[in-house]
Structure formats: C-alpha cells, structure tokens
Write a protein that binds this ligand. Structure first.
Ligand SMILES: Cc1cc2nc3c(=O)[nH]c(=O)nc-3n(C[C@H](O)[C@H](O)[C@H](O)COP(=O)(O)O)c2cc1C
Length: 303
C-alpha cells in the first residue's frame, strides 16, 4: 500500500507473522529504466537478496510491484528487478489515483484487455521462465463489463497468478467488495486467483473464500487495523491485545524516526492509528492525544 506499507511496516507485520508474501508499494515506470538506488529505496529487501533472497527479516518473500503503461519499459524494468533479486514481479492494474490514470497507468488500463495482454506478455517474455509474474486488477474502470476478459487477457499473456480487488475504479474503496465477481473471473481461467477487498476479520476471510471460491487471499487495510490478521485468519492466534499493539507502535517509532525519516513519522503514525481505531478504542484516545502534535519527539513522549 503506497505511502503506508513500506519496508519498515513489512518488517514489523511479518515479525508478528501469518503473512506468506508481501508486495511492495507500486514503483512507477514511465519511459526509462529505474536506478538500482530507487528500487532499493522501495525494496531494501533486495540489497541482501543474494544471501537471503528478497525477504523481510522474518523471512517472508517480498515481490516488487511495477505500475506503468509502456510494455517495453515495463519489461526492461521487470528484467532489472529480477536481476536485483525480487521474488517475482507484480503488475498493478488497479491504482485509482487521478494523476496515475491521467498518464494511462493503473486502473485506466482496464478499459481495454489488450493493454493488459501487451504489458503482461512483455514482462513475462523479459524474465526467466521460472519467475512468477502476477497481476492485480480491479473489476473494471467504470463498470464490470470487461472483468472476465481482463482476467482472461492476463492469463493468455502468461501470468502465473491474478489478484482481484473486487471493486471497479469508480467504486474506489467503498464497501461492499463484490466477491462473487471474483468467482465469475476464476471460473473462466485456470491460473491461481487471489481474492482481495474488505477482508477485516476471520469471518470476512471465511465468507470471501466461500463466495469467491479462492483459497488464497490478500489483505491490505485489515493488516493495519489488526496487525496479526494473517495469523487470526489462519486460526493460529487470537486478536493481538492493545498492549501488544503498543509494543508494536513503540517499535515502529524506533524504526521510523531514524535518520531523515522523522519528518514523515508524525503523519505515518497518525495514519496507522486511524486504521487501528477501527478495532481498538484505545487507539482512538491515543489518536486524539497526538492529533495536533507535529514532531516525532512530542509524539514519542506520549507513546
Ligand atoms: C492508502 C492505500 C494505498 C494503496 N496502494 C496500493 C499499491 O501501491 N498497490 C496496490 O496494488 N494496491 C494498493 N492499494 C490497494 C490495496 O492493496 C487493496 O487492493 C485495497 O485496499 C482493497 O483491499 P483491503 O480492503 O484489504 O484494503 C492501496 C490502498 C490504500 C488504501
């Protein structure tokens, strides 16, 4: 999740456990090959990938996500990311951001399945055969009329996996997610399909699996609301307690205030508390206390 789920959050959440794979924030590809430095910034897990593979400290694989509209540059960057050691490539066809869509990236590409085919094919052809290439789509741009064709285009182009966020671009993040539409796509293709959208609890995960027919699921905001959601869904643990969340908040503070990161920290921690508030009433109180604070030191003192 762009601007929220960076490598530090990945580290923290995968240490809590329950997550089998992480995808980076999207890396925007326009018309050039991106520098090693930029890829390392989005995915520092690549730096020691020759020793550990592209993994978080807890050992969870990390896949770099690319977003772009030009098949040739997507392909060149995909090949580079694989050389740098990424655990596969994920291609973003779901981003609803105006700035991105205006430049013909993200969800706007869903208007024509041929766009998806050309990009996925170029990427797949540019990387070794055994590299996993996944694509993430929404159900469409304005409506769902091309949902199945888009899924089929991704498969025909050679992708190994498809993740479906069960909303159109127009539906944004508004509930509900239309899990039954994932089933419609899944029924027409044979690559593994991963269901995504509005999975906030074990109950949601159960329902989503039942309705979509998917074994595999992806969680986004839910993992920021309940940090051990992966384990809860796998029934490996109960919900993490508020005091355990507090320990995580302190660890996050420790991470996120090193070096020049302090300037982002106040916004980042407030953003996380907004998600935590959905489940923990204590987060609401804490959020009120720090809402107007602007420096990392002031917030740290309250924490
Ligand atoms: C702040 C924010 C940033 C996001 N950034 C990305 C991104 O970089 N790449 C991506 O594929 N999806 C991104 N998403 C979409 C989520 O991955 C996910 O598909 C969506 O939130 C629905 O799942 P959820 O209900 O589990 O959150 C983002 C969502 C949010 C709210």
């Amino acid at each position: 999740m762009e601007g929220v789920l960076d490598h530090l959050m990945r580290d923290l959440l995968t240490q809590v456990g329950g997550y089998d794979l992480c995808v980076t924030e999207f890396v925007r590809v326009v018309d050039q090959v991106i520098s090693d430095r930029a890829f390392y910034r989005y995915c520092p897990e690549l730096i020691y990938s020759d020793v550990y593979g592209s993994r978080t400290k807890a050992g969870t694989p990390v896949r770099v996500q690319l977003l772009g509209q030009h098949p040739e540059y997507m392909a060149e960057n995909a090949a580079k990311v694989i050389e740098l050691g990424s655990s596969g490539i994920d291609i973003n066809f779901g981003c609803p951001a105006k700035a991105v869509n205006k430049n013909r990236g993200g969800a706007v590409l869903l208007k024509d399945p041929e766009n998806l085919y050309q990009i996925v094919k170029a990427v797949k052809d540019a990387v070794p055969n055994d590299v996993t290439v996944s694509a993430k789509i929404r159900l469409g741009y304005e409506d769902k009329s091309l949902a199945i064709e888009n899924g089929q285009a991704v498969e025909a182009a050679g992708a190994n996996e498809l993740t479906v966020h069960a909303r159109t671009k127009l539906e944004g993040y508004k509930p509900p997610a239309h899990w039954h539409w994932i089933a419609k796509i899944k029924n027409e293709i044979s690559i593994p399909v991963i269901a995504n959208g509005d999975i906030w609890s074990l109950e949601d995960a159960r329902k989503c699996r039942e309705v979509s027919g998917c074994k595999d699921i992806m969680v986004g905001r839910g993992a920021l609301t309940i940090p051990n959601l992966g384990k809860v869904i796998k029934q490996e643990s109960d919900l993490i307690s508020w005091s355990e969340v507090q320990t995580l908040l302190l660890a996050y503070t420790e991470f996120e205030t090193r070096g020049d990161k302090s300037k982002y920290f106040p916004n980042r921690i407030k953003q996380w508390l907004k998600y935590l508030k959905n489940h923990y009433t204590e987060a609401d109180a804490l959020f009120s206390e720090i809402r107007t604070l602007k420096t990392a030191d002031d917030i740290r003192a309250i924490l």
